[in-house]
Design a binder for this molecule. Sequence first.
Ligand SMILES: [Zn+2]
Length: 226
Amino acid sequence: METEKNKFNSDKSSADGRVKTVLSAEERAKLTPDQILQDFLDGNERFRNNNLTHRDHSEQIRKSAFGQYPKAVVVSCLDSRVPVEDVFDQGIGDIFVGRIAGNFVNDDLLGSLEFACKVAGAKLIIIMGHQHCGAVIGAIDDVKLGNLTTTLSKIKPAIRMSQNYNGNMTSKNEEFVKLVSENNVRHAISTIRTKSPILKEMEENGEIRIVGLFYTLTKGELLFVD
Ligand SMILES: [Zn+2]
């Protein structure tokens, strides 16, 4: 079934309603960062309405094997309840995804983002935190466990950014956990701007946009993190 919201993909779908093509260089060249973000928000609405685009994966595998022109790169948490491609209703060849517990940005992720945008042409960076994040809760609780201790230490700056919170500053308080998650997204974005002159310049030139989002597990919806 075609709906208004499916228009972007239905243009490319075949008689059986399944999308058989992958994004081409020409199609991507026409898209602005703002249009890509709107496409993602529309995709999230389809996801929440149980109306994901039907894709012919066999055809898409075949057509994408020798080149890729992704629109965007998403940095997400490891969490199994955040299926990144589905959350934005994107398919093979549409997005790069970097996943790490706590969706922070370290040197290796920064290099990956620079590859995605400067080398491979992605125009939108999304840093996506989420509700009930175990990594954020673990950092608040100061969990110590093997290598995880170092991983969780990367979320500590977000806890420090949340110190003026007026209330119960423990992991039992969902409002505080959400604030730390949002500050963790803000910290990742400021890290990109501080530590990657390449991406900072691309952002200033309008070649890319960097956006923070918070994904709610209870509703599947996205909230902007300013
Ligand atoms: Zn998480």
